[in-house]
Design a protein around this ligand. Structure first.
Ligand SMILES: CC(C)(COP(=O)(O)OP(=O)(O)OC[C@H]1O[C@@H](n2cnc3c(N)ncnc32)[C@H](O)[C@@H]1OP(=O)(O)O)[C@@H](O)C(=O)NCCC(=O)NCCS
Length: 312
């Protein structure tokens, strides 16, 4: 993608973030966009005569054994969803088709009937639901275990093995490589002190990786006053499940956020991960918003991108 395209798309993303109070692209897709696009990346920018800004942006990136599609329509053009949506969707699915096909996931924030209609017309079915949960800080009770800060380099491989075993059945968080992990560590928000590690008998038994969203930073919620602290990734080694360590690690992460002056915590959890949802509710988290994933399998067939759309 050219710098100019990235600037146009970034201002569209900013406009959507201001209108919706949240970042329109997921972390994975946003990083793929600003890094210039990994294998399988396609950014589709839709323009309309008479408008100096793009009216919509769609992106396809490669996930774990699947493609991820996301669609952002400019807040002033949402009423045109029924015409802009199918065109971008078809173009994106054509890109996937021309790259060999495969599973495509589309994540939608608080899906409306217009999203469902677009998904349905594209032959997609809803297969996952993700909750954003929040709670105020400080917590009533605090961690009773001792944790330490993550040590970049020294902890990389052992962390990766605990993460991949704990998330073996998870679509995005399982199957990470050292490269994925190290790219994430290069992010401006990355802070080893907010990445709490629990060591038991010399091995890593669990971790709670937190992420602070400063006012407007990365636009996690630009309408929110004050910083937000996210439980970004948390897991307990499967050998240690069911002994209260998950709750303790959550509290350790929340204690760290509290000591950094954060008054609101948030996290994302798969609605089907009943154990984790129950754990968070018991720790005082409440449902804040819902994301749905629609999915379809695209067969392998060469396709073409319509002229009206700029593909980068
Ligand atoms: C989620 C996870 C961190 C929980 O760790 P854990 O050490 O097993 O959790 P705990 O022993 O502290 O249990 C937490 C609470 O959840 C409850 N719970 C655990 N599994 C449950 C289940 N399947 N259904 C209902 N409740 C469940 C426990 O009863 C406990 O409640 P209590 O505090 O009132 O006793 C762990 O299962 C894990 O690493 N899973 C894989 C990674 C993951 O899903 N992370 C969360 C992503 S958002």
């Amino acid at each position: 993608m050219h710098d100019n395209d990235i600037a146009e798309v970034t201002s569209l993303l900013d406009a959507a973030a201001r209108a919706d109070g949240r970042r329109p692209l997921s972390d994975h897709l946003y990083l793929d966009l600003v890094s210039g696009g990994d294998d399988g990346f396609a950014g589709l920018v839709a323009w309309e005569p008479g408008h100096e800004h793009p009216v919509a942006y769609a992106q396809v990136s490669t996930g774990n054994n699947s493609h991820v599609f996301e669609l952002v329509i400019h807040p002033h053009h949402r009423y045109e969803m029924a015409t802009i949506g199918p065109e971008l969707m078809d173009a994106a699915l054509d890109v996937v088709r021309s790259e060999g096909g495969g599973l495509v996931n589309w994540w939608v924030y608080e899906p409306t009937s217009a999203h469902r209609a677009l998904a349905n017309d594209a032959g997609m079915t809803q297969n996952r639901t993700l909750y954003q949960m929040r709670r105020g800080l400080p917590t009533e009770r605090h961690a009773t275990i001792e944790t330490r800060a993550f040590i970049p380099g020294a902890d990389d491989e052992v962390w990766l093995s605990v993460n991949n075993r704990a998330f073996a059945d998870h679509a995005e968080q399982g199957g990470w490589t050292l490269e994925t992990f190290r790219t994430r560590q290069q992010e401006a928000w990355f802070d080893p002190k907010g990445f709490r590690i629990l060591e038991l008998d010399g091995s890593v038994a669990g971790f709670c990786w937190t992420k602070v969203h400063h006012d407007g930073h990365e636009l996690a919620d630009p309408n929110h006053q004050g910083d937000l602290g996210e439980i970004y990734v948390i897991a307990v080694d499967p050998d240690f499940h069911g002994h209260g360590l998950g709750s303790e690690m959550t509290l350790a992460g929340l204690d760290h956020l509290t000591s950094s002056g954060i008054a609101t915590a948030l996290l994302y959890v798969d609605a089907a991960n009943e154990g984790a949802v129950a754990m968070y509710r018991r720790l005082g988290f409440e449902l804040h918003s819902t994301n749905a994933a629609f999915v379809t399998e695209v067969e392998n067939r060469p396709g073409q991108i319509p002229d009206r759309l700029g593909a980068c």
